[in-house]
Ligand binder design. Structure first.
Ligand code: ZN
Ligand code: ZN
Length: 137
């Protein structure tokens, strides 16, 4: 069990109940949700929650490095708990975003055409495993 309250304190963020719930949601659902999706998922449980609070909370979390803000394929901003750089795969059929565990470590600290690489972001697109299986059946 992760102590989200402590985690927020460590990052200098006062741990209100709403903030803890938002962080908990991102930890439990690795679906790369938008702020809107998080709001929809939590508002029943916390009727006093506002969209603005969710947006501001996510911004603050990302600034402090608690979570990662992603601009993957569209202009839409998504959030995720996993702060380790990794590759993303988006399904063009169902719209799901998957984390790919394969890494391309060889790129790090390598010189490409005279430029030194310090980080890279790889976004893949295609048809996901489960959509491929559905098409078969
Ligand atoms: Zn799919
Ligand atoms: Zn991810």
């Amino acid at each position: 069990m992760i102590d989200f309250k402590e985690l927020l304190k460590e990052h200098g963020i006062p741990p209100s109940l709403q903030r803890i719930k938002i962080l908990e949601y991102l930890h439990n659902f690795k679906t790369h949700p938008t702020a809107d999706m998080i709001y929809q998922a939590l508002v029943d449980e916390m009727p006093t929650l506002s969209k603005t609070t969710v947006y501001n909370t996510l911004k603050a979390f990302a600034e402090k490095g608690v979570i990662v803000e992603l601009s993957l394929f569209e202009n839409e901003v998504r959030y995720e708990y996993n702060t380790t750089p990794h590759i993303h795969f988006k399904c063009i059929k169902c719209g799901k975003i998957y984390d790919i565990s394969k890494t391309f470590k060889c790129l790090k600290d390598e010189k490409i055409e005279g430029h030194k690489v310090s980080e890279h972001h790889i976004n893949l697109k295609g048809i996901c495993k489960s959509c491929l299986e559905n098409a078969k059946g």
